[in-house]
Design a protein. Structure first.
Length: 178
């Protein structure tokens, strides 16, 4: 069961590796969106641009004196709540930007690892990896293109994926030891 999971995760890494430009582009678009929203939130906070709940239900002609034990009026408390909500949203967006930037750095770091691993393969294996994970061709189609039987192509796929997975294990264990 663990082997299937390892195989699946390694294949996902390979597909993601060859689609990394699209993945990074989407993350950069999100960063740009969040940056724009941060500027809007900063402007709203600076200008106290918040919606206040007046607490009025209907017109009342009775004389009422509003008193507060904490020294602030109802409207001041509502303004504080509104600004606090904006500050929390700003903090959330800022954290998302930092998280996305970290994910982009991790993708680029992993790309170097995968590229160095793929460059160690022979030309036929590189071609197989490119056809399967970059062009997303079926194994049977790859077998025809590379002049091999389907069974051989499936064995080669399995061998390559497990070799790459073992290489990842080796790299991860080196990082732990370091």
């Amino acid at each position: 069961m663990e082997d299937r999971e390892l195989f699946r995760k390694t294949e996902k890494r390979l597909y993601d590796h060859f689609n990394r430009e699209d993945i990074i582009k989407k993350k950069e678009e999100l960063i740009a969106l969040y940056s724009t929203q941060l500027k809007e939130l900063e402007s709203d906070i600076k200008n106290n641009n918040v919606r206040l709940d007046t607490g009025l239900k209907s017109i009342n002609y009775d004389e009422k004196v509003q008193t507060s034990t904490i020294g602030t009026s109802f409207m001041e408390q509502e303004l504080i709540k509104g600004i606090t909500r904006l500050e929390k949203e700003w903090s959330f967006k800022q954290n998302k930007i930092e998280q996305l930037k970290k994910e982009i750095r991790d993708i680029n770091e992993l790309a170097i690892t995968i590229e160095s691993n793929i460059n160690m393969l022979n030309d036929e294996d590189k071609r197989f990896i490119e056809l399967k994970y970059k062009r997303s061709l079926e194994v049977q189609v790859i077998a025809i293109k590379l002049n091999m039987s389907s069974a051989t192509a499936f064995r080669l796929r399995k061998k390559l994926v497990y070799d790459i997975a073992n290489w990842f294990r080796f790299i991860d264990s080196e990082l732990i030891v370091s």
